[in-house]
Design a protein around this ligand. Sequence first.
Ligand SMILES: [Cu+2]
Length: 341
Amino acid sequence: MTWRAFARAAVLPLLLGACTYQRYQSDFGGAGVEDRQFLTLFWIFLGVCTFMYVLVMIFLVIGLMRRGRASEANVVETGRHHRSHPLMRTTLTGWAALIAVGLAGLTVASFVTDRSMAEAAGNEKLSVTLTGNQWWWDIVYNSADASKTLRTANELHLPVGIPTRIILNSNDVIHSFWVPSLAGKQDLIPGRDNDITVVPTKTGMFRGQCAEYCGAQHAHMSLVVVVESYPDFLKWWHHQLQPAPQPTTPLALAGYKYVTTGPCSACHNIGGTTASGLVAPDLTHLASRRSLAAGMMPMSEGNLYGWVEDPQSIKPGVRMPTIGLEPEQLHAVVAYLETLK
Ligand SMILES: [Cu+2]
């Protein structure tokens, strides 16, 4: 295999994959104002600390070299090297001053970053309530007009450049909202509203992950964040406000009847139907989402089959029970869920 062929086959995909992932879930993603401010602060801290570290190492080497020479001189001039040399005093004073200036600089940089992040709060154009549940995310786009209040789950859409206030709370235990490419971390605490303001600066898809251990399936509590242009966001929003489409095939119709009258409807809501449960993810436009089971697997027919048939095997401990559907019921339910675009 030639070098070029090897590069095409292995190295390039690896590098491209690493770069894509780096942006997908990374503090270095730089896809939000807050993340960029953090990054700037990180580079300042890294620069100052590296400078100090290199200086310490240089002085250490000089000290060790001088010690070697002083030991030799000590043989003939016992005790003289213990006296404080004026140059030593100046060096120590300079060193103490440098540390004080460095620490003061870091404090100021930290304060300025904190203030500029706080400025984004208060300018929000959009309000979203994100509620943590074991182990999924309930998402409500707030509006004074109830007909424009939108409820969805596990996939957060944000318009680029628009400050969005995300109100965070929890229905059970403490979770933590963390989309490193966009912003810092903020906890979701039962009985208490926290909030974080996010201003995305790049369109794309980013991964969020619950960052506070919240039980057996904590690792499988991720969030897909889609940042899109404002017109695209509005298009998505208007579509999501629509009730679920009516089933058109006999199989999907059978699934519709089972889902909206059977046990599924006790927990799930499907807009425009009698299914109005509020304790599980809203399914009105389930099939339009990119993932299933809080980012655990891609949305696909095969994964829907697996999930609906036996969620307890896939995500043990999850609230959704394994009902034991008959094969024909399973076919019908999946056929109906796939229509929920
Ligand atoms: Cu968690």
